[in-house]
Design a protein around this ligand. Structure first.
Ligand code: MOS
Length: 726
């Protein structure tokens, strides 16, 4: 099925946050600071204030202070109680590019010009932005669990084969097409509407209510369409706060949109990582020890932890495992969740290390993984709700032609190109978060389903409509799914691969409740059905039917005969007690062919075969697109993406899409995506396990492993650029 909102998007009718034409709208542009650490000595706004069309120039000296800014306590939750960067709060500079002023004018161009006229003088303090130079300042995250350990810490020392290596990954930036934006509209002092780019209108509502100490119901967030986010729009950032502060100051609706360069470090990014892996096996390749120590950077004012080591606790069967996570605080802005936040870098380290070990063992890397297959969760000892990773291996290797791989490095070539085959496993936790949904059936036969979740572009409205159609037997053309509004029933946002499992289940449950209500009305019309059990009814063609074929009545007729304008059901839905007894993950097996030019080291990904176990697939088309996107992300991470900081100035040097290379169509090869498509009926009533992130997990490692196979060169530091192959 095609996207229900596809036409709206390609015709431009879909309205994104910055596209609302509010009467009397003013435009705000942020001026960014030039130093990485220190204080603002003075700000000269005189020229800016005199510029054409300027309404106000806001700095820490004249900004209204959100009451929630004061008195915050320390917390390691990235959405902290007052320890987050507080826009225009005081004269302290915490990172380069920090907003120092907001120019507000009657047009965007005039605001941008005025922002360029703001002159700031600083008192500089020494900064630290180099993670590798600051590893000895690493700290344990305050609110993470303790370091993980199971089994014998010393098993590594007595292993027949061992490997100890270090892997590095770089700052990776989300770079969605749609920039982050907010339009703030105050109604009096205690009510506000914000049109916002967000992955969760309930989270934006909560954050803004907290900052301004407002009643939650007085904060209305509208976010109907989102043009990509990847984790970067899962919390409130400077643009929302600047918009609410500026609108307060001027008494006008205010729009703040980030420019591309501001998106590089003002709305989070994937932290840099250094990871140390130690593996030990028996002579036969059975893992006897895994140690994974990860370091990621954070800012000085917040602790952001990506989940880099948790996959190591669950992916392979091994009795003796320890993991540790440390943060290196730097004078930079806070990183944040970025597609498969910990698993993407974590799997690069773990799955590269396993590949390295396979050569020591002279064992096929796929065989090594099969020998360590976990048939239950090795950490919790719980059974899997479902796990079809073996099937992923089988199908993937067959589709790819893995058996044609000559195991020796540098043994395969095509003309001037060295050819390498590499593979990796991927894992991503599958969860179901509490979510609510409402279903309203109208007398004209239309079904409106509502939930305050988001759609960052993956097709949420489409599959929710399908789920509602499946549950009610009403055709999708008659169904409208509404999301992206904090006034709708509260639900998890779009992150953590949670939307389908959580909101999809809520939509299903609301529709099941709705059809139960319809059955009750039907029983009033036809009392003979009083004792017909619920499972004797079927729902199709907009009708409720009995299995024996004796009854078939349209929903619309039930409403008409009962004289009802509509019937409605709302449910608060969450995971079952039964599901808590199981461990749930989505999986993938990825197989990659690379070509490395023998003379120039030019590197090309020639083919990717990805086989995914994400439970039941709700829509093959949108699901496949999700995985294409994940793999493109993985290729970018492996070969291109890196934002470089000039540590002399503590300043990000790469802040545009000319210098920050992302894969373009010419870089993306034939990608074959296959789904196992087997239902997980324990985790969710709809059988889904979650798909948004699992596809990227392992891709960078599979590419690095293929590069080793092609060239005999093991690259442990991303991105794998041609110079690293010399
Ligand atoms: Mo995703 S990184 O949980 O938006």
């Amino acid at each position: 099925m095609n996207r229900v909102d596809g036409k709206l998007k390609v015709t431009g009718a879909a309205k994104y946050a910055a596209e609302y034409n509010i009467p009397n709208l003013a435009y705000g542009v942020l001026a960014s600071g030039a130093i990485a650490r220190g204080r603002i000595k003075s700000i000269d706004t005189a020229a800016a204030e005199k510029a054409p069309g300027v309404i106000a120039i806001i700095t820490h000296l004249n900004a209204p202070k959100p009451p929630g800014y004061a008195g915050g306590k320390e917390s390691s939750d990235p959405r902290t109680d007052g320890r987050e960067y507080r826009v225009f709060y005081n004269n302290v500079i915490l990172y380069s590019g920090q907003p120092v002023a907001l120019a507000i004018a009657d047009t965007f161009e005039r605001a941008r010009y005025a922002a360029s006229l703001v002159k700031v003088q600083y008192v500089k303090e020494p900064h630290q932005t180099d993670m590798l130079a600051n590893m000895d300042h690493a700290v344990a995250p305050k609110e993470e669990g303790p370091d993980y350990n199971r089994g014998d810490k010393n098993a590594f020392n007595s292993a027949a084969y061992t490997l100890a290596q270090e892997y590095h990954t770089q700052l990776q930036v989300h770079n969605p097409m749609e920039p982050h934006s907010a339009i703030a509209v105050w109604e009096g002092n205690d009510k506000i509407t914000v049109y916002n780019k967000t992955q969760s209108s309930p989270i934006a509502q909560e954050d803004i209510a907290k900052a301004w100490k407002l009643e939650k119901e007085n904060v209305h967030i509208i976010s109907h369409f989102v043009g990509g986010a990847f984790g970067g729009a899962s919390r409130v950032w400077p643009e929302e706060m600047a918009a609410t502060i500026g609108a307060k100051k001027t008494g006008r609706p205010l729009k703040v949109v980030f420019s591309r360069d501001q998106l590089f470090n003002m709305v989070g990014y994937r932290p840099q990582s250094v990871q140390k892996i130690k593996l030990g096996t028996t002579k036969n390749g059975k893992l006897t020890a895994i140690h994974h120590e990860a370091f990621g950077n954070t800012s000085t004012y917040e602790q952001f932890t990506a989940n880099m080591t948790s996959l190591t606790q669950a992916l392979y069967d091994c009795d003796n495992v320890s993991t540790k996570y440390r943060l290196v605080p730097l004078d930079v802005s806070t990183p944040c969740w970025t597609r498969a936040p910990g698993e993407a870098p974590g799997s690069f380290a773990l799955e590269s290390a396993l590949d390295e070990l396979s050569y020591q063992l002279k064992m096929d890397p796929l065989e090594l993984r099969k020998r360590n297959y976990a048939t239950q969760d090795p950490s919790s000892k719980q059974p899997w709700s479902t796990k079809f990773l073996n099937e992923c291996y089988e199908r993937g290797s067959a589709q790819f032609g893995w058996d044609k791989r000559n195991p020796a490095p540098q043994s395969m070539s095509k003309g001037d190109w060295l050819i390498g085959y590499g593979m990796a496993s991927g894992i991503y936790g599958a969860w179901r978060a509490p979510s609510s949904a409402r279903a309203v059936l109208n007398s004209d036969g239309t079904l409106i389903v509502q939930s305050a979740t988001a759609d960052v572009g993956v097709g949420t409205a489409t599959i929710m409509s399908q789920i509602a159609a499946d549950a009610t037997g009403i055709s999708v053309e008659q169904i409208k799914f509404e999301l992206g509004d904090s006034r709708l029933p509260p639900a998890i946002g779009q992150f953590g691969s949670l939307t389908t499992t959580s909101v999809g289940s809520a939509v299903n449950d609301a529709c099941v409740a709705l059809r139960q209500k319809a059955i009750e009305y039907l029983r009033k019309i036809q009392p003979s059905l009083q004792n017909t059990p619920a499972d004797e009814f079927i729902f199709s063609e907009g009708k409720i039917k009995t299995k024996d074929g004796g009854v078939a009545i349209a929903y619309t007729d039930i409403l008409k005969q009962q004289n009802l304008p509509s019937i409605e059901a709302r449910v608060d839905s969450k995971g079952s007690e039964e599901a808590n007894k199981y461990s749930s993950y989505s999986y993938n097996a990825s197989f990659v062919e690379v070509g490395v030019h023998a003379l120039t080291n030019q590197l090309k990904v020639n083919r990717v075969v990805s086989v995914i176990d994400a439970g039941r697939i709700m829509n093959m088309k949108t699901a496949r697109s999700q995985v294409y996107g994940s793999i493109a992300w993985g290729i970018g991470m492996a070969l291109m993406e890196e934002s470089v900081i000039d540590h002399r100035y503590g300043r990000w040097m790469i802040k545009d899409l000319a210098d920050y290379h992302v894969p373009v169509n010419a870089d993306i090869p034939d990608i074959e995506v296959t789904f196992i498509d087997k239902s997980d009926d324990i985790l969710t009533p709809i059988g889904a396990k979650g798909l948004g992130e699992v596809g990227i997990v392992g891709i960078a490692a599979a590419i690095a492993n293929a590069v080793y196979h092609a060239t005999g060169k093991r690259i442990r530091e991303l991105p794998i650029t041609p110079d690293r192959l010399i």
